[in-house]
Design a protein around this ligand. Structure first.
Ligand code: FMN
Length: 168
């Protein structure tokens, strides 16, 4: 593990059509401690994905919200990469000592994601399965950062990254 290294997994089925996540990926890529990997709809090289995770101290799931959850490609990444004997089980636990942060772009307004708002729930509540997964495999959960078209400047990757890398 390289101390301070941030692995940004951008889960998006259509990289070429992405606006918000592509912009975030550009900002992450400008940081010397960040490695950006796009997780698309194609086949995964599980060993390469696991090696990338093992090299990093901080993991960021960057993705667009699709039907109130992560896109299927990121769910597939979890299903295929977080294996028994590596992420958990005998000789597992290889994710322990790392952190996980979600950075989620939404199509509408971020302010609609509250108990009283249009969607009647928060992004944090929607991501509870990811929080449970993090606890199960020993990742420290850093929570969810929401991004919309209006919040891209205010809450940009550099601030997020500074916050993530200052946690030990
Ligand atoms: C299949 C699908 C489902 C979506 N579901 C949601 C949703 O539940 N909530 C939401 O705010 N936006 C939803 N959107 C909008 C995307 O989140 C939005 O277009 C994306 O965050 C923009 O990022 P991008 O430019 O990187 O694609 C959905 C879009 C698609 C294609």
């Amino acid at each position: 593990m390289t101390k301070g290294k941030v692995l940004v997994l951008v889960g998006h089925p259509r990289e070429e059509k992405s606006v918000l996540n592509a912009e975030m990926a550009r900002r992450w890529a400008a940081h010397p401690h960040a490695e950006v990997r796009w997780i698309g709809a194609g086949m995964l090289d599980v060993a390469a994905e696991q090696a990338a995770v093992e090299s990093a101290e901080h993991i960021v799931f960057q993705f667009p919200l699709y039907w109130y959850g992560p896109p299927a490609c990121l769910k597939s990444w979890m299903d295929e990469v977080l294996t028994w004997g590596w992420a958990f089980g005998p000789n597992g636990g290889l994710l322990q000592g790392r952190t996980l942060q979600c950075a989620i772009t939404v199509g509408g307004k971020l302010s609609d994601y509250t108990l009283e708002g249009k969607h009647r729930t928060s992004l944090g509540s929607l991501m509870e399965p990811l929080e449970r997964m993090a606890a199960y495999v020993g990742l420290q959960w850093l929570g969810v950062e929401g991004l919309d078209r209006h919040r891209m400047e205010e809450s940009d990757a550099v601030k997020l990254l500074t916050r993530i890398t200052s946690i030990h």
